[in-house]
Design a protein around this ligand. Sequence first.
Ligand code: NDP
Length: 279
Amino acid sequence: MTDRYAVFGNPVGHSKSPRIHALFAAQTGQDLSYEAILAEKDGFAAAVDAFRARHRAAARGANVTVPFKEEAFRLATRRTPLAEAAGAVNTLSFEHDGILGDNTDGAGLVRDLKHNLGCDPAGRRILLLGAGGAARGVILPLLLEGPAELLIANRTEETAARLALEFARLPGCAVGVKPDSIGFGDLAGRGFDLVINATSAGLSGAVLPLPTSVFGPRCIAYEMLYGRDTAFMNQARESGARVADGLGMLVEQAAEAFFVWRGVRPHTAPVLAVLKNAS
Ligand code: NDP
C-alpha cells in the first residue's frame, strides 16, 4: 500500500512540493505519493477530512501552505514546541489517535543558512524584516542557534514590538539573547551580519526603507521569497552584500517534513540543483 501525502493551499497550483517530495522519495527508495490539493478558502478542514476518508490508513500526512497554516495549527490535536511558538503549522502527521502538527519552516531556514550558504547564525547580528507568519516561524529556531543579536523591524511597528516581547518571554529564550524590535526609521547607522527579509513586499514590488548601513561587511541578505529578483535583493547587492533567495529554505523545510514523516533525511543538494536548473 503506497503511503499518501499532500500539500493543501489556495492557490496551490504553483507549488514545487510535489516535485520535491517525488525527488526525495526516488532518492531514498520510499514508497509514497504526494499531490497538491486546492482547498476552498473556507474548506481546509473539510479537504483534509476528504483526503483522509479517500485514502484511509494510507493517508499519512500533509503539508500546509498559505493561507491555512493557522487553521492547521487549530486542526492539530498535538503540536511540537516549534509549532506552538510559531502559532502556525506547516506539517501534519496523521496518527491513529490524532493529528500531530509541526512547523519546519524555521528549521528549513537554519539548515539552508548553515549547510548550503555556510552562514552559521551563531554569534551573528541578525536583522529580521517582517512580523507575519513566516517571521514568527523562524524566530525561535534562529534564537536557538545563539545569535549575538536579533532585531525585528516591521512596517507596522507595534506588531514587531509585540512579537519581540512574546518571544523574549518564552522559556526557551531564557538563555542567550532576547529578541528586540526596531523601527525602520531607527536603522540608520546600524549594521548586521545577516538580514532576513520575511516581508511579502517582494510580491508587490515595494521597496523597503532600508539604509545601506544595515548590510554590514560580509553581510548575507536572505530573501525568503523565491523565483524572482526583488527590490530587497537589488538593494542588498548594490550595498555589497551576498544575496540568497528562499528556494533553499523551501527545499530544506520539505526535507524536515520528509524526515518527520519517514524517519529518513534526504540529500537536499541534488534536489536544489534540479529546481535551480528548472527555473
Ligand atoms: P504575511 O502576510 O503573514 O506577512 C507579511 C509581512 O510583510 C508583514 O510583516 C507585513 O507588514 C509585511 N509587508 C507586506 N507588504 C509590505 C510592504 N509593502 N512594505 C513593508 N512590509 C510589508 O506573509 P508571510 O509571513 O506568510 O510570508 C512572508 C514572505 O515569506 C512571503 O514572501 C512568502 O512567500 C515568504 N515565505 C517563504 C518561505 C520559503 O520556504 N522560502 C516559507 C514561508 C514564507 P505589516 O505587519 O505592516 O502588514
